[in-house]
Design a protein around this ligand. Sequence first.
Ligand SMILES: Cc1ncc(COP(=O)(O)O)c(C=O)c1O
Length: 255
Amino acid sequence: MEKIKLFDPVVTRREEFVIKQVLKSRFWAYGGGAGKVLEFERKFNDYTGSKECVAVNNGTSALHLALSLFDIKDKEVILPSLSFVSTANAVIYNGGKPVFVDVDPTTMCIDETHIEESITSKTKVVLPVHFGGFPCNLTQIKKLCKQNKIKLVEDAAHAAGASYNNTPIGSHGNAVCFSFHPVKNLAMPTGGAITLNDENSKNLAKNLKIRCIKNAIQSGMFLSSILDSSKKSQFVHEENARKKCRNWNSLLSNT
Ligand SMILES: Cc1ncc(COP(=O)(O)O)c(C=O)c1O
């Protein structure tokens, strides 16, 4: 019987060459002199049409950090009953309460017709998941968020490269969280990103970038247990992704 691989990343001599360059540069930290992570953030930001982009070490961290921007402690977050465990865990990590809404069996995405009945005075965020890269009904969800003054944080772990109404996923919600895990459609050894579209996205991005260090200083130790500095994207992985992103763009434009 022929086995079908769950994932099969493409590694050409180009990736090997660039990774070696990064290793030899000895600038492996985010703030290092070669600035490759920054370059990736800019390119991904342009690609999705978002206002800001912050690269992180995986999709779970993206969700954790994005939700930490909206003060959900003791508040409710509405999310679909079908997702990877990180989606609900990120709510709990931030002291919030996950409120599950059934998915539409035809799309596997949150059934937007049942969101309104779950909204209470404690609802702070709606967190839809674009399951399998299939975009949720963002028109209806955005309308509900606006009417109820609720933030929209999207779990786009499966949806890099997807679009809704001809507008890329990444440019809709207040914060949009991506995973670049090897089984995802933009694969790398590990990685993630948050794109931001809030009015004060610039400040939020700055806040995210210094948050790890601030937390560490406040807690009196360099690595705080949850929001630790390892959440910031690692240079080598991002460089790999940057190259993949280019290959991937040419792949998409050739199809
Ligand atoms: C829907 C969803 N959200 C979040 C994540 C977490 O991403 P990561 O594995 O990069 O932490 C995953 C990963 O499988 C996922 O499927």
